[in-house]
Design a protein around this ligand. Structure first.
Ligand SMILES: Nc1ncnc2c1ncn2[C@@H]1O[C@H](COP(=O)(O)OP(=O)(O)OP(=O)(O)O)[C@@H](O)[C@H]1O
Ligand SMILES: [Mg+2]
Length: 262
């Protein structure tokens, strides 16, 4: 289980995360939505200590941290329990797909190379890219690069995978293959916290959808409740802006509306 208590993050005088409380069960799939600049990325980055939170508690399994008092060892321990998938893949250009997946195991988990490469190959098979083991990122499509990014997160066997808009940089033709891999992970009950504008993914896959605004969780619930019967006017307002209901009844995000700050 993962528990966040009263998490606060400031940048200068601005309070970006204003006391976030969140509990995530093992195997739970959570999607976070909300207007631009509202702290979604900052929340994910604080859970992984890519940003240093100012105060609060973070519980990751048996690791229980007062975030204001963490040392380097605590941070490394937290990073081992939380894997991150970035919008822009963040692969090493000078390493092959296999090496990119093995790198974290060697550096963060201190595995011997041989063992790390064996695991990386196993992951490449699971993500359908075994034939690309020795390919460099530049020779892979955006969708393949992001699948390697997800493979790298899978390799770590972390308690949770944090996805920050994993399909937002992709050409439309590659979005489905990446969402497909995420759905595969969800079906395996890999715990995940996903920031995305892919509302149909949220509706079909999430156990719980969280709406954030102004550094706070405004409302959360199962997708059926949050999308069909949002209670808070701020959630209603946001959904009205971003959801375009097609004749088939499927929902997708209106990206123009999403890029506008509230
Ligand atoms: N390193 C930083 N230094 C100063 N301010 C920052 C920094 N990172 C983020 N911010 C500010 O914190 C606020 C929240 O940013 P964050 O990136 O978490 O928003 P977001 O909800 O992920 O937005 P988007 O949907 O556009 O990705 C914004 O006002 C942003 O300008
Ligand atoms: Mg963001």
């Amino acid at each position: 289980m993962i528990r966040v208590e009263k998490l606060v993050k400031r940048f200068g005088d601005s309070v970006i995360l204003d006391g976030i409380d969140l509990e995530i069960a093992q195997g739970e799939i959570i999607v976070v939505i909300g207007p631009s600049g509202t702290g979604k990325s900052t929340l994910l980055r604080c859970l992984n200590f890519l940003e240093r939170p100012d105060s609060g508690r973070l519980k990751l399994g048996d690791l229980d941290l007062d975030v204001a008092a963490v040392n380097a060892k605590d941070m490394l321990a937290a990073r081992r329990r939380t894997a991150f998938v970035f919008q822009n893949y963040a692969l090493f250009a000078n390493k092959t797909a296999l090496e990119n997946i093995a790198e974290g195991l060697i550096v963060v988990n201190r595995w011997p190379k041989k063992k790390a490469y064996a695991r990386a190959l196993e992951i490449l098979e699971r993500i359908g890219l075994a034939s690309k083991a020795n390919a460099y990122p530049a020779s892979l499509s955006g969708g393949q690069q992001q699948r390697v990014g997800i493979g790298r997160a899978m390799a770590a066997k972390a308690d949770i995978i944090l996805f920050d808009e994993p399909t937002s940089s992709l050409d439309p033709e590659w979005v489905e293959e990446v969402l497909g891999l995420m759905k595969q992970l969800a079906a395996e009950r890999q715990t995940m916290l996903v920031v995305t504008h892919e509302m149909s993914f949220a509706r079909d896959v999430a156990d719980r959808v969280i709406f954030m605004e102004g550094g706070r969780i405004v409302e959360q619930g199962p997708p059926s409740q949050l999308f069909n019967a949002p209670r808070d006017p701020r959630t209603q307002n946001f959904l009205r802006k971003v959801l375009a209901t097609s004749s088939s009844g499927s929902i997708s995000a209106n990206n123009d509306a999403l890029s506008v700050s509230e």
